[in-house]
Design a protein around this ligand. Sequence first.
Ligand code: SF4
Length: 547
Amino acid sequence: MSKREDARDHDRDPLDPVAKVPAEIPAGLDRRKFIMRSAVIGAAAVMNGCTRSETEQKAPPPAAEAAPANAPPANAPSVPLSADLNVVKQEKGPVLTTVDEFYKVGPGPSSSHTIGPMRITYDFYQQAAKLPADKLDKATKLQVNLFGSLSATGKGHGTERAALAGLVGKEPATVDPKFLDSLRDKPDQVFPVKLGNKSIDVSLKDVIYDATKGDFKHPNTMTVKLLAGNDVLLEQEYYSVGGGFIEWKGYTPPKKNAPKYPFATMKELRSHADTNKTTIAKIMLANEMSISGRSEAEVNAFVDKIINAMIATVKSGLSMPEDDVLPGPIKLHSKAASVYKRAMDDKFQADRGIGTLSAFALAASEENGRGHLVITAPTGGSAGVMPALVYGLSEVRKVDRQKIRDGMLAAAAIGYLCKHHATLSAAEGGCQAEIGVASSMAAALTATAYGADSLVVENAAESALEHHLGMTCDPVAGYVQVPCIERCAFGAVKAWTAYAIASNEIASRHRVGFDETVIALAQTAKEMNSKYKETSEAGLALSVVLC
Ligand code: SF4
């Protein structure tokens, strides 16, 4: 290879899916599959520093990949994300997410189906309030239309209640969950929305469950309109892109300062930490300060707020009566308090570690199922995983607060990288994108809190993510309860297992890099049958019959 070619090769984004695709497609091969396979091989080779021979790159896939003649139609690919979305564009360039964007407090049960829609309608309400008085005087109606996954599973998530709450001026971080409960218990309530001199009555009837399938830019699409009779005074198309993040048609991301240590991969992040003889957490703190312009004390104050909220959600869940019944048609009985009680019983002392950790995760996740306040880490459905580890480290193991702050920053780095190159949205990537990422974050949190080297932090995070790959999202009856609540407990325990393995193996012998697993996450998300992406059309949602 010439020097110029070599330089060009280094300029490539190692996670660019087309970076290593050979020009020729071997005869008899499906072009799409070949490109995907070659891209994965290429990206992995760039990150590993290993190269595959030309013959290997062009080799046909193993026989198992070839579809038999009588095979059912290929998996229905999921709705491709529009290239206009910022969440897609930002795959290029350094990570610019900050902790206050990432860790959000809001009502459960789903960051994309409750927190996102509430932020969206609250945003629209604020935009509408800025219209000229003569326009507002004509307004007669506010209307929300939910599409795609928001329509398919929104009823089970209470999306209509969240959307109405935003329209009447409630924000996710401060809304009283009792307000949302009251919408569920008295669905006919009507609320006046003040827009200029005009007052418009809104109710749940103004939130319409619209088409579940269509040519949407994102599976979680919704529109909000201000109408004067049949005339549209203001309309906006929005997307709830996962983890409570929102975008809209024509969205331009806010301008941010450059990070002190730019990175787009774990390899780059770890290289900053190792070159500067510091930790991933310290690199993340420096970036947080340079991107947001906040001081260290301000970043710590925000992270403390999130740690305290996580501890509170576990405490609140544990304090609920044993055998409480969660809202919804499943009539699911809570079990956090019972699992905790048994774990603390001296007769079962050997099970105490796993028992208490599971109970903490169940407690926070059941709070999510109740629609109470939870923290996106990275989402509502996975809201039991990180709090379980935070609670265990802080309240049981009494780990120093600064170590837990560091862990929260390292965990955020994991979430950012998964968001940057793959997804945090179950509607886009299944449960691997929620519980898988949460477990990976929790493994990084634990390793960091215990002072592990950056490679051990990476290995722990990788291991936890690896063992969730392929996990589908199939909530029974569209409620974030089955399998979600127990799945949080498993995610928490797997995080601990990942840390236990990573801190005991010889770190340099860990065979799989975090970046490679993120590629696999993105690839699996793309190719997963759309039925398994928060539609409640398959899996447990189909096989479990409610009586
Ligand atoms: S199955 Fe997983 S991804 Fe789907 S709603 Fe439940 S926790 Fe979220």
